[in-house]
Design a protein around this ligand. Structure first.
Ligand code: NAD
Length: 256
């Protein structure tokens, strides 16, 4: 039987890359995201790899919508083996000007949604005696940068939650781990280049060179494929003792 994976934010960027890799491995996939062409993306990948797919545009700002997303996944596929909490947003601003609503939305989508989705999936994973929760945190879950008070707070929170869920899941073969990428060139980062340019009063080229990749020893954006490969590895049956930990895919940023 094919396993089922739900990947939040899988109609763009990193989530889409992770979904494509799970599709190649034969998983059934619940796609999710706010992109308008989400249903077409899901259908195309489903047809290409002959896997069962569905799509949801549940708004992760609402706990009820997250619960409904998990319910729909279990009803559609009859199982939920792997939950990848990937969706996230960013906003860059000095704290004194940071809009409260932006702060609250980042905490809600990047951190609270991880709690609500994992909580809703828990009973099913327990009954299967198999669960793999993979949280896409960030190097900003283990390191800070200026002008990112909300994002750094949320991503650090996800690392803490990862450890707790690992402890609680251990008796049931539910593992929980975090992946901490450095900079990956996705729509989220394209937006940040513009915002950072404003905050630092630099050109966009200067931001990439002097701000973004400055802290990475490897002066390249992290490939989406590296994150997708790590997610597949963590989802394996044989990864049962790998739990409660964070994997930095950050070009050596956190080695310093
Ligand atoms: P992206 O903007 O390409 O994709 C984000 C996804 O989240 C989209 O599908 C979007 O629709 C979804 N989303 C956003 N708000 C939502 C909401 N309210 N309800 C439902 N879905 C919502 O971004 P990405 O770069 O692929 O980021 C994916 C994850 O990786 C995020 O958690 C991000 O923080 C993390 N990350 C990204 C980088 C990077 O450099 N791009 C680095 C480290 C960590």
């Amino acid at each position: 039987m094919n396993k089922t994976v739900l990947i939040t934010g899988s109609t763009s960027g990193i989530g889409l890359g992770i979904a494509k890799q799970f599709a190649k491995e034969g998983y059934n996939i619940m796609f999710h995201g706010l992109e308008k062409n989400g249903p077409e993306i899901a259908e195309e990948i489903g047809d290409k790899h002959r896997i069962k797919v569905a799509f949801s545009n549940a708004n992760l700002l609402q706990s009820k919508a997250i619960e409904a997303l998990i319910k729909k996944t279990i009803e559609t596929f009859g199982a939920l083996h792997v939950l990848v909490n990937n969706a996230g947003i960013q906003y860059v601003s000095p704290i004194e000007d940071f809009p409260n609503q932006k702060y609250e939305n980042i905490i809600a989508i990047n951190m609270n949604a991880v709690f609500y989705a994992s909580k809703a999936a828990w009973k099913q994973m327990k009954s299967q005696e198999f669960g793999r929760i993979i949280n896409v945190s960030s190097v900003h879950g283990i390191r800070a940068s200026e002008f990112k008070s909300a994002y750094v707070t949320a991503k650090h929170g996800v690392i803490g939650m990862t450890k707790v869920l690992a402890l609680e899941g251990a008796p049931f073969n539910i593992t929980c781990n975090a992946i901490c990428p450095g900079y990956v060139k996705t729509p989220l980062v394209e937006g940040q280049i513009k915002d950072q340019a404003k905050a630092h009063q630099m050109t966009e080229e200067e931001v990439v060179e002097k701000v973004m990749l400055k802290k990475q020893a490897v002066k390249q954006f992290v490939p989406v494929q590296a994150i997708a490969d790590m997610a597949i590895f963590l989802a394996k049956e044989s990864s049962t003792t790998i739990t409660g930990t964070s994997f930095a895919l950050d070009g050596g940023w956190s080695a310093q």
